[in-house]
Design a protein around this ligand. Structure first.
Ligand SMILES: [Zn+2]
Length: 430
């Protein structure tokens, strides 16, 4: 280590050395994300603090010369003032890891996590005169851990085949809750032809907006989502008010209070378009690397859910088709069986009639009868008259086998005349 000109000599008093160390600490943490504050006395008056400290507690509270309990009244109930008192009293430093603290109050309250130390300051005689607070905010790490937990829960939901709208709606709400700033999530689903986008899930966007967007075409310049779907790559619109992609939707977005929209396409493993995943903001915003990473993670998860849904849909459709085919086959088998039964019945009836005609012809052969069939109609019939038939009106005629059969089958009241039974009895016994 090289000597720095102007550096204080180690021979200086320890009190001065302590002061120098504090200055160094201030310089060291001045530009870093670590928070630093120097507190004095038993009431822990804020003597100095770095910009990160004031940014963390809320810039509007950037004041020195006041007791920390006055500057941040929310700390007392959370035990942090008691801890300071303890360090001040005992002179023992205190280290906290991933400590949860709620900063601010009311609508502006925010949850944060810190790794921190309370280090006692001492004067030349070793008496504790104050406390140095050094902390590193771990909120982002915490959020990342929570994200992992939420993400795993979603994967489990997909695995147990929860309905797609449930999975996507849950995912949207989860991201909205995890985001440090207000963010509104929208998932659109691509039509099978990939040329239109349908409403998927957007629990925080107004209904009129979702309805207006439902069915938009994919294409260059069709808002963030239509363009992202068309390009198959993320489209970041940081200010809807001025972006040409939003020319056709600017009024709609304004009505819904939307100022920025970052859209990431949801792609299948084969590169096919499944939909889009969009993050909307109330004010113009440029995404951070972490925002884009978050979008990639969730677009990937949505892809899993949608592909899974497609597989389930295809399976259900195939099952329905198989069921229909089976029913059709059963119906055809039933119809065929019925036709065969009817044919068999007709054949039996025809055989029975042929028998009866043969018996009648034999019985009537000896009766006096005309030579030719009388049932040939206008054309007449030259076949021999073989069988006598009658009808319920009492008419009777002799006919050939063919015309007698035709008459019996087609004229309900016609029957084979029977000398033994007579007209009506033969008719009733036919
Ligand atoms: Zn005839």
């Amino acid at each position: 280590m090289t000597a720095v000109p102007g550096q204080r000599s180690t021979a200086a008093s320890s009190a001065v050395a302590g002061q120098a160390a504090e200055e160094d600490l201030r310089a060291l943490f001045g530009q870093s994300i670590a928070v630093f504050a120097s507190l004095a006395g038993s009431t822990h008056v804020v003597e100095s603090a770095n910009p990160a400290f004031f940014a963390a507690i809320g810039g509007e509270r950037a004041r020195t010369g006041v007791a920390i309990a006055e500057l941040m009244p929310e700390l007392a109930d959370q035990g942090f003032i008691a801890l300071l008192d303890e360090v001040y009293r005992t002179g023992e430093p205190y280290t906290g890891r991933d400590a949860r603290v709620v900063l601010g109050a009311g609508p502006h309250a925010r949850e944060a996590f810190f790794d921190f130390t309370y280090e006692p300051r001492r004067d030349a005689s070793g008496t504790v005169t104050g406390i140095i607070v050094i902390g590193v905010e771990t909120t982002q790490v915490k959020h990342a851990q929570r994200l992992m937990v939420e993400h795993r829960a979603m994967l489990e939901q997909i695995a147990r085949q929860a309905p797609l709208t449930e999975v996507l709606g849950g995912m949207a709400r989860c991201i909205e809750n995890l985001a440090p700033q207000q963010m509104l999530v929208s998932v659109l689903l691509a039509d099978p032809d990939g040329r239109h986008l349908r409403h998927g899930a957007a629990p925080s966007l107004p209904d009129f907006y979702n309805e207006a967007i439902d069915g938009i075409a994919t294409g260059e310049g069709v808002g963030s989502c239509g363009t992202a779907a068309h390009r198959r790559e993320p489209v970041i619109v940081t200010d809807i008010a001025t972006d040409p992609f939003w020319d056709d939707f600017r009024d709609l977005a304004e009505q819904a209070g939307l100022a920025a929209c970052w859209s990431t396409p949801i792609l299948a493993r084969d590169g096919g378009l499944l939909g889009t995943f969009a993050m909307y903001h109330r004010t113009p915003r440029v995404p951070q690397d972490t925002d884009l990473a978050l979008a990639r993670v969730f677009a990937g998860t949505a892809a899993l859910a949608i592909e899974r849904h497609h597989v389930e849909q295809a399976k259900a459709a195939a099952e329905a088709r198989a069921r229909t085919a089976h029913e059709e086959l059963a119906k055809a088998v039933r119809a065929e069986r019925q036709l065969r039964a009817e044919a068999e019945h007709r054949a039996a009836a025809a055989a029975d009639l042929a028998d009866r005609m043969r018996v009648a012809a034999a019985a009537q052969a000896a009766r006096p009868h005309p030579e030719h069939c009388q049932l040939g109609g206008a054309q007449g019939c030259t076949a021999s008259a073989r069988i006598k038939v009658a009808d319920s009106w009492g008419d009777a005629a002799w006919g050939c086998e063919a015309h007698v059969e035709e008459a019996i089958l087609n004229v309900r009241s016609v029957f084979i005349a029977s000398e033994e039974l007579g007209g009506l009895a033969a008719y009733l016994n036919r």
